[in-house]
Design a protein around this ligand. Structure first.
Ligand code: C2O
Ligand code: CU
Length: 425
């Protein structure tokens, strides 16, 4: 399944504050909707079937109209049976350029959409339960723990992912990125995968993280590699100061071999041969949430403070059931807030898998992870809650009225019930 016949869908570029109308013509043989992930759209434009709109039937048209904000690397994707439709290709980048100036200068930019595929053409890769953990902590042993659990932990119904792509292609089919010596090259990394965390690195170069889910940091953070959970985005740049040809790859076990590699080639070095790089994260300086200092651009709250404790469970013995406070959606309790309230959510993860939790309609601050406060909260729209008793506390101003989904972005977890509604009145 594709948007305008391409995977990922065409990059939509907007200016912050611009009004936009995007017309969805459903030429699939089944219903669909589009969600504008990370954009503060009016509730009826949010694309959640049965909640914010009726599913768009085959042959029907639906016009999405909204103001493009906040600025940053956003994305769009189907919200109808994601566990099928997202896996089949219905996702694309949505870039909102700031109305003012960019917080970090750059000379050239590339958008890289990372995706996982179950094609049935090769051996299955470890699932996230076994492979990489996220940037919220719990890094240690991430590459080791897996081997033991392989097979044991595999979900009965989880697709067997065997192929990893960058902008819809698996290496060697990936399109090389051209750079010129001396440039600052911006990379917008979008993880459109249904299940996997990717750990992106560029041989011979360090990456500087500048934005978390589109929101700028006070200062760029220099790292060797960036773990990116499903639905997360990181903007990063590197300084092109080592002419040659280099691999940009994912360090998670098996991902590079499954296709997640692209060449970065300096002009004039088209004939250089890039050295393959070893997988794994041993010795690498990895991005973590507590390394960043977010710029707090969120609206100020004017209402009351409301605190919600959400325990995420499920997945025991390979089950496909996932719960919030013991209940599966639609039985989960809604989070009820008044407009302008300050909502605080404390997630604790009692399960063996990480949960990238996404709130629709408004971004939030990440205040703490795994019991540690961040000195300067990050602004994000998706927070990866680490497995095995990991935790995260987020805070948001309930400025956008409506019924908003709050859910794990791993499609099978969502399908298994890991969803609640935030009801802002
Ligand atoms: Cu990108 Cu409901 O999510
Ligand atoms: Cu999950």
């Amino acid at each position: 399944m594709a948007y305008n016949g391409q995977i990922p869908g065409p990059e939509i570029r907007l200016k912050e504050g611009e009004r936009v109308r995007i017309v969805l013509q459903n030429r699939l043989v089944e219903p669909t909707t589009v969600h504008w992930h990370g954009v503060d759209v009016p509730n009826p434009m949010d694309g959640v079937p049965g909640i914010t709109q009726e599913p768009v039937q085959p042959g029907e048209t639906f016009s999405y109209e909204f103001e493009a904000r906040p600025a940053g690397t956003r994305w769009y994707h189907t919200h109808f049976q994601e566990h099928r439709q997202l896996d089949l290709g219905l996702a694309g980048p949505l870039i909102i350029e700031p109305a003012g100036s960019e917080s970090f200068a750059f000379d050239r930019e590339y958008t890289l959409v990372l995706d996982d595929w179950a094609t049935g053409s090769g051996p299955a890769l470890p699932s996230t339960a076994e492979g990489a953990a996220g940037a919220s902590g719990g890094m240690t042993g991430m590459m080791g723990r897996g081997m033991m659990h392989r097979g044991m932990m595999r979900h009965s119904h989880a697709p067997a992912y065997d192929t990893m792509t960058i902008n819809g292609k698996a290496y060697p089919a990936t399109q090389p990125l051209t750079v010129r010596r001396g440039e600052r090259v911006r990379l917008r990394l979008i993880n459109a995968s249904a299940d996997h965390t990717h750990v992106i690195r560029l041989a011979g170069h360090r990456l500087r993280v500048t934005h978390t889910d589109g929101a700028p940091l006070v200062q760029a953070v220099e790292v060797d590699a960036i773990p990116i959970a499903p639905a997360e985005r990181y903007d990063t740049f590197f300084v092109a100061d080592r002419p040659g040809a280099w691999f940009l790859t994912c360090a998670a076990p098996g991902h590079a071999r499954a296709g997640e590699q692209v060449l970065v080639v300096y002009e004039g070095h088209e004939k250089s041969v890039a050295e393959p790089i070893a997988e794994g994260v041993a010795g690498l300086g990895l991005w973590r949430y507590d390394l960043g200092r977010g710029v707090d651009g969120l609206p100020r709250a004017w209402g009351q403070e409301r605190v919600f404790d959400l325990a995420l469970s499920g997945g025991m013995m390979g089950s496909d059931f996932w719960t919030i406070n013991g209940k599966r959606y639609p039985q989960t309790d809604p989070l009820v807030l008044g407009r302008g309230d300050l909502g605080r959510i404390r997630f604790s993860n009692m399960s063996p898998e990480g949960h990238p939790m996404h709130l629709h309609g408004q971004s939030f601050r990440v205040l703490a992870v795994n019991g540690r406060r961040l000195s300067h909260p990050l602004v994000k729209d998706t927070v990866d809650v680490a497995p095995h008793m990991g935790s995260a506390t987020i805070e948001f101003t309930a400025h956008n009225p409506g019924d908003w989904f709050l859910h794990c972005h791993k499609s099978m977890h969502m399908e298994g019930g890991l969803i609640a509604l935030a009801r802002i009145r």
